[in-house]
Design a protein around this ligand. Structure first.
Ligand code: SAM
Length: 160
């Protein structure tokens, strides 16, 4: 059975499509929310490795809905791949392990640090386990490095 037909049988795939989310990973973020990792005080977020954008969709629904004024909300989404636009979301296309991308991200949080940083980074697997683990670790390290520059005191980092 091919990958596509397997995905179509997946309950979260079908739920995501039914509810208009771009990916089934939306439900991973809902699970974090249920565990209260994302407090209701969050206004400013950075979403690393964000394509196709389901986490950004969930955050956008929550933040724009619960904020006193939309002006206090900021959501920055970054990915290697181009993402289709989402209203109210600043998008950056770039590799988070590159200094130039890190600088561009940090620039967006000057003066208004992030309450929450989420990272769902997953490289294309090569099947060479040592290499795959190394690349995954590099993503985590890059996320941590960027987080040290943008996260507000007492803020939350939610890594994959
Ligand atoms: C599981 S997907 C993320 C799904 C996302 N959470 C959502 O809700 O749509 C993993 C993403 O990590 C991205 N990625 C992998 N390596 C990256 C890197 N070095 N820099 C930026 N993004 C990267 C991939 O392009 C891919 O879109």
């Amino acid at each position: 059975m091919g990958k596509t037909s397997k995905d179509k049988r997946d309950i979260y795939y079908r739920l995501a499509k039914g509810e208009g989310y771009r990916a089934r990973s939306a439900f991973k973020l809902f699970a974090y929310r249920r565990r209260d990792s994302i407090s209701s005080m969050v206004n400013t977020t950075l979403t690393l490795c964000a394509a196709p954008g389901s986490w950004s969709q969930v955050l956008s629904e929550k933040l724009y809905d619960s904020s006193v004024t939309d002006e206090t909300v900021k959501i920055v989404a970054v990915d290697l791949q181009q993402m289709a636009p989402l209203p109210g979301i600043i998008q950056i296309q770039g590799d988070i392990t590159k200094e130039s991308t890190a600088k561009e991200i940090i620039h967006h949080f000057e003066g208004s640090k992030a309450d929450l940083v989420v990272c769902d980074g997953a490289p294309d697997v090569t099947g060479l386990h040592d290499l795959d683990e190394y690349i995954q670790a590099q993503l985590l390290l890059a996320a941590l490095n960027i987080t040290t520059h943008v996260l507000t005191m007492g803020g939350t980092l939610l890594p994959r």
